[in-house]
Design a protein around this ligand. Structure first.
Ligand code: FE2
Length: 469
C-alpha cells in the first residue's frame, strides 16, 4: 500500500471514480460524502493525505480545512475545485493550510503526480521533525550531564519544553524527602493563564501514573493535560503541561516518554551530586573549624572574611549566585594552612624568610585540597589568588591588576581588614579607623582601588558615618 487517502466529495459517482482509479495505483481509499463525516473518520483512522472537494452542501471545504488544520497541521490536503472563483479560492485555501489546489477537469496522471509529491513532502517533513526531536534528545543528554544542580536542570527542562511544544502551563513535581507526596517544585504559566493545578499531586493518581509508567493524557474543555512520569531508579517526579491547541501527536508522546526517563535519571544524578557535594562542603567546613581551633587568634576568621566579602559584594550589586561564590571562597580561603606545621603557623614572633615561603604555599595547598571536588572554577581561583597584589608583588603567581579575578580582589580586602582588626600573637589589633586608613593607603598597590572604594562605602553605611573620613 502506497498510502491511505481520504476522499471527501458530495458526488457519489466522482467518489467511486477516485476509488477505482487510485486503488488500481496501489493506494488505500476511504470515502466520505461530507466534511463532518470526514472529521469523524480522521479521529479513528491514520490518514496520509486528503482529497477535498471545495463545493459541498453543509460543511464546505473551507470549514473542513479550518477545523482539521487546528489539530493536524502537517496533514496534506489537496483541494479539488470547479473553475468558479478559482484564483480567490485557491489563495484562500492555501492560506488556510491546503497543500495543493487542482481545478476540474484534470487527468488522472496530474492527480497522481500531485499525490506523490505531497506524500514525499510529508515524509520529508516527518524526517525533519524526527531529526529535531533527536537533536533535542541529544541536547537534553548534554544538559543532564552538565547540570548538576536540580534547580538549574529544571529551569532548562522548562525552557526545552516551551521551545518544543509552546504549552500554556508547565509544572514539575518532585517528592518531599519525608513522604511519598509529590509537590510543585517549578512552574511556568503564560501571562493570561492561571495556575490551576494542585500544589500537591493526588497520591492515588501518582501511584497509578508510576505503576503504568505511561504518560496520562486528560482531555477537558478543549485542553490536553499531559502527566509525564519521570522515572530513574526510583520514581523521581512528574512533569505536567497543558497543550490547549491539541497539537501533541503520538510520535511526540513517544518522545516525551523517552524525555521523562532521561529527565528522571538526570534529576536523580543531580540530587545525588548535591547530596555528595553538601557532605563534602560540610566536611570542609569542619576542616576549616579544626584549622581555626588550632590557632585561637584566627578563630572565626573565615566567618569574618565571608562577612566583609559579602558586604563588599552586595554593595557592588553582585547576583545571588556571585555572592554564593564569594561566600564559599571566603570560608575556604585559608584551608591550605591545615598542611602547615604548628611551629610555623602558630609562631608568636615574626617569621624568617624560609618560614614565610612555607606560609606562602597555603593558597596552592588549598587548591590541592579542593581540586578533586566539584567546586566552581571561580571559587578555586578566588582562594588561589587571594594574596595577589594589584602591583604584581603578591603570591603565588605575581598577577597584576585585572589579571587578578574580582573575587580574589574582594577576598584580599576583606581578609586584610579582618586580620588588621584582630589580635595577633606578635602585634596588637588595630582600631577600625586605623585599618581603614591602611586599606586606603595601600589602594592601588596592594589592593584594588575600586574594591577598596566599595568596601569604604559599605562599611560607612554599616558602621555609621564618621568611620570613613
Ligand atoms: Fe590567606
Amino acid at each position: 500500500m502506497k498510502g491511505k487517502i481520504l476522499v471527501i466529495d458530495d458526488d457519489a459517482s466522482i467518489r467511486n471514480l477516485y476509488k477505482k482509479a487510485l486503488t488500481k495505483e496501489g493506494y488505500e481509499i476511504i470515502l466520505s460524502s461530507d466534511g463532518k463525516e470526514g472529521i469523524g473518520i480522521l479521529e479513528k483512522e491514520n490518514v496520509d493525505i486528503i482529497i477535498l472537494d471545495l463545493q459541498m452542501p453543509g460543511m464546505d471545504g473551507f470549514q473542513f480545512l479550518s477545523t482539521i488544520k487546528e489539530k493536524m497541521e502537517e496533514l496534506p490536503v489537496i483541494i479539488i475545485s470547479t473553475g468558479f472563483g478559482t484564483i480567490e479560492n485557491a489563495v484562500k485555501a492555501i492560506r488556510m493550510g491546503a497543500s495543493d489546489f487542482i481545478v476540474k477537469p484534470f487527468t488522472l496522471s496530474q492527480l497522481l503526480q500531485i499525490i506523490e509529491r505531497n506524500l514525499k513532502m510529508k515524509s520529508l517533513s516527518r524526517e525533519v521533525s524526527e531529526l529535531k526531536m533527536l537533536q533535542t534528545i541529544f541536547e537534553l543528554n548534554k544538559t543532564i550531564v552538565s547540570l548538576l544542580e536540580v534547580d538549574k536542570l529544571l529551569d532548562k527542562v522548562v525552557y526545552i519544553i516551551e521551545g518544543l511544544f509552546h504549552p500554556h502551563k508547565i509544572g514539575i513535581y518532585l517528592p518531599t524527602e519525608s513522604s511519598k507526596d509529590f509537590i510543585l517544585r517549578k512552574k511556568k504559566v503564560e501571562m493570561e493563564e492561571k495556575w490551576d493545578f494542585p500544589v500537591v499531586l493526588d497520591r492515588e493518581f501518582t501511584e497509578r501514573l508510576f505503576e503504568g509508567k505511561e504518560i496520562i493524557v486528560e482531555e477537558k474543555d478543549g485542553q490536553k493535560k499531559l502527566f509525564i512520569p519521570l522515572i530513574g531508579k526510583e520514581n523521581v517526579g512528574v512533569l505536567v503541561f497543558v497543550d490547549s491547541e491539541n497539537r501533541i501527536t503520538s510520535r511526540e508522546l513517544k518522545f516525551l516518554q523517552i524525555f521523562g526517563t532521561q529527565l528522571g535519571i538526570g534529576i536523580e544524578n543531580a540530587r545525588l551530586f548535591e547530596l555528595i557535594n553538601s557532605s563534602y562542603m560540610n566536611a570542609i567546613r569542619s576542616l576549616v573549624n579544626s584549622l581555626e581551633a588550632r590557632d585561637p587568634y584566627t578563630k572565626g576568621h573565615s566567618e569574618q572574611v565571608a562577612y566583609y566579602s559579602l558586604l563588599i559584594g552586595k554593595e557592588m550589586g553582585l547576583s545571588e549566585e556571585e555572592l554564593e561564590i564569594l561566600r564559599n571562597a571566603a570560608y575556604l580561603h585559608d584551608l591550605g594552612k591545615i598542611g602547615i606545621k604548628d611551629e610555623i603557623l602558630l609562631k608568636p614572633g615574626p617569621l624568617n624568610e624560609e618560614e614565610r615561603n612555607i606560609i606562602k604555599k597555603h593558597p596552592v595547598l588549598t587548591v590541592e585540597i579542593l581540586q578533586p571536588l566539584n567546586i566552581r572554577k571561580e571559587e578555586i581561583e578566588a582562594t588561589l589568588y587571594h594574596h595577589e597584589r594589584v602591583d604584581g608583588k603578591g603570591y603565588p603567581k605575581g598577577l597584576k591588576g585585572d589579571e587578578i579575578p574580582l573575587y580574589a580582589k574582594i577576598l584580599a580586602v576583606a581578609d586584610a581588614y579582618s586580620a588588621m582588626i584582630s589580635e595577633r600573637p606578635y602585634r596588637k589589633k588595630m582600631s577600625k579607623e586605623e585599618a581603614i586608613e591602611t586599606l586606603k593607603k595601600n589602594a592601588g598597590t596592594q589592593f584594588d582601588k575600586e574594591v577598596v572604594e566599595w568596601f569604604l562605602k559599605a562599611i560607612s553605611k554599616k558602621e555609621g558615618k564618621g568611620v570613613v573620613k
